[in-house]
Design a protein around this ligand. Structure first.
Ligand SMILES: [Zn+2]
Ligand SMILES: [Zn+2]
Length: 141
């Protein structure tokens, strides 16, 4: 069994939910894609691929995945939240267009270092951070 499948099984069990083909399909769809998509995007792709799954199941499954740290939820300000998987995904931050919802990923060593030194200054042991910049993308300007 693949590591991702095992992880899903574990999490569903912990939440008292049955492991089903539908839930596995939702997880597979998310974990094999590196884009940021909303629930409807994910739902539509599943349906297009011939997977019979209800919107409610997609919502519910994603909720559980977010709760258990397998998926990241991004509040994009306009429109529905977007999601991306967190399996072996290197750390990155997000820049979000408040008009079209486009998301750019970025990593900036200076920002990372600055966060570390600010945390140190406040005697905080940094565990994780969420850094999102909201603006208007080149196409929307
Ligand atoms: Zn835009
Ligand atoms: Zn991302």
């Amino acid at each position: 069994m693949s590591k991702n499948k095992e992880k899903l099984k574990m999490v569903l069990h912990k939440e008292g939910l049955r492991f089903t083909n539908q839930r596995e399909a939702v997880w597979n769809e998310i974990v094999t894609c590196d884009e940021h998509r909303n629930v409807d995007d994910i739902y539509m792709t599943l349906r297009k691929n011939g997977i019979l799954v209800s919107r409610a199941t997609v919502y519910r499954t994603i909720d559980v995945l977010v709760k258990n740290n397998m998926v990241r939820k991004l509040d994009v300000g306009v429109g529905p939240s977007k999601f991306e998987h967190k399996m072996n995904a290197p750390h990155h931050d997000h820049m979000i267009c408040i008009q079209c919802g486009r998301i750019e990923e970025f990593v900036d060593d200076q920002i990372e270092n600055l966060q570390d030194s600010v945390a140190k200054e406040y005697e905080f042991k940094l565990v994780r951070h969420i850094h999102q910049l909201f603006g208007i993308c080149k196409d929307c300007q």
